[in-house]
Design a protein around this ligand. Structure first.
Ligand code: CP3
Length: 344
């Protein structure tokens, strides 16, 4: 893998000629070629079919010419291969057959050794191997990923998607010991899943804490950050991106004491403001407003130029959205963004 790939330079703190650009959820329903491939296959079955997962990972790279691929999988895949009963309901998200709510539930689930995941991960290894064979021929890095302990727990404790993740946040205070046991186990789950992808060829990793924005700063520091930090520290030797939505109030904490090389910023805070908060030792990733993808190109173009300009305040900048690509996005808007950013 070429270390001068723009994504890897930016993660190391250098500024390549133009900023690298990729999109969270670039693989998926915004692409007609994805929808066609997925007909008749359930989401998690697709993730565990190596040829299919590799092909879906590569589709947006070929179409948009982005500077990174993100491995097609899901944050619940390591739990599925650990033997936990979970499915992804279309239009809804991950749903668990047995929510993890009591101290006994936590003891039961955390008795599964996280190493189990590494033993059952051959479909992941094979998919990464097929993907990187094509990608590295064109000098494009593969980003591996995992769900952060809080975001995973938010689904597991609730049993499915929820608005404010009340049950997971309540457990922190009602039974702190069970909370730390669960989050500690999930940090091992994340670490093992990341390590499998890195060992098979991924050149960088991203930890998704999509729902961290529902936490108070104090709860984030006490109950969440130490577990997320442990997940990243357990995977040495690759650059790491730490992403959350609504994390402006504790953005500096998202650096995890230097364990993250880049911090993701959502669309709410301009990148120059974010740079002043996180300081000169970290790269920023973001933060095109996903809603702007629906705007006429002229308005979107102006917005992207503003994002790139504000990103100059950071030590380095990886252009991305503030959150994932909405499924109803016109994919041509994404291709135009890549062309524009590469021309700057
Ligand atoms: O391009 C990529 O980013 C591909 C890989 C990817 C997927 N999920 C594929 C997927 C990644 C990085 C994820 C992570 C993920 N999964 C997160 C964190 C990122 C974020 O968006 O905040 C979260 C919260 C999940 C949980 C999850 N999985 C949700 C909420 C959903 C959507 C459910 C729906 O139908 O609306 C999924 C399913 C999912 N994961 C899809 C894809 C492409 C859609 C499945 C389909 O095609 O039906």
């Amino acid at each position: 893998m070429a270390h001068d790939a723009p994504l890897l330079s930016a993660l190391a703190g250098d500024r390549p000629a133009s900023p690298p650009v990729w999109f969270m959820r670039q693989a998926g329903r915004s692409l007609p070629e994805y929808r066609e491939l997925r007909v008749g296959t359930r989401m998690l079955d697709a993730c565990l079919t190596p040829d299919l997962a590799a092909e879906i990972t590569l589709q947006p790279v070929r179409r948009h010419n982005v500077d990174a691929a993100v491995f097609f999988s899901d944050i619940v895949v390591p739990l599925k291969i650990a033997g936990i009963e979970v499915e992804i309901e279309p239009g809804r998200g991950p749903v668990f057959a047995d929510p993890v709510r009591t101290a006994d539930d936590v003891r039961r689930i955390t008795s599964v050794p996280a190493e189990e995941i590494a033993h059952n991960a051959d479909p992941i290894r094979e998919a990464v191997r097929i993907t990187t064979e094509e990608l590295y021929g064109r000098g494009t890095p593969l980003i591996g990923f995992a769900g952060a302990p809080f975001t995973l727990a938010a689904y597991m404790v609730e049993g499915g998607p929820s608005k404010d993740h009340m049950r997971a946040r309540a457990m922190m205070h009602a039974d702190p010991q069970s909370w730390h046991r669960l989050a500690g186990w999930l940090s091992e789950v994340a670490a093992v899943f990341l390590q499998v992808q890195v060992d098979a060829g991924a050149s960088a990793v991203q930890l998704f804490d999509s729902w961290a924005g529902s936490l108070s700063t104090s709860d984030y520091r006490t109950f969440v950050a130490p577990h997320s930090k442990r997940a990243l520290d357990a995977v040495p030797g690759v650059p790491k991106i730490h992403f959350g939505v609504g994390t402006g109030p504790f953005l500096a904490d998202m650096r995890l004491g230097g364990s993250a090389d880049a911090v993701g910023v959502d669309w709410r805070m301009p990148l120059d403001e974010a740079a002043a908060i996180v300081g000169p030792d970290v790269t920023l990733q973001g933060n095109i407003d996903p809603a702007m993808l629906q705007a006429p190109w002229e308005a979107l173009e102006e917005h992207v130029r503003e994002v790139v300009l504000a990103g100059r305040a950071a030590r380095a900048h990886i252009v991305n959205l503030g959150h994932g690509v909405p499924p109803d996005t016109d994919p041509d808007q994404l291709t135009r963004i890549v062309e524009l950013v590469h021309s700057l």
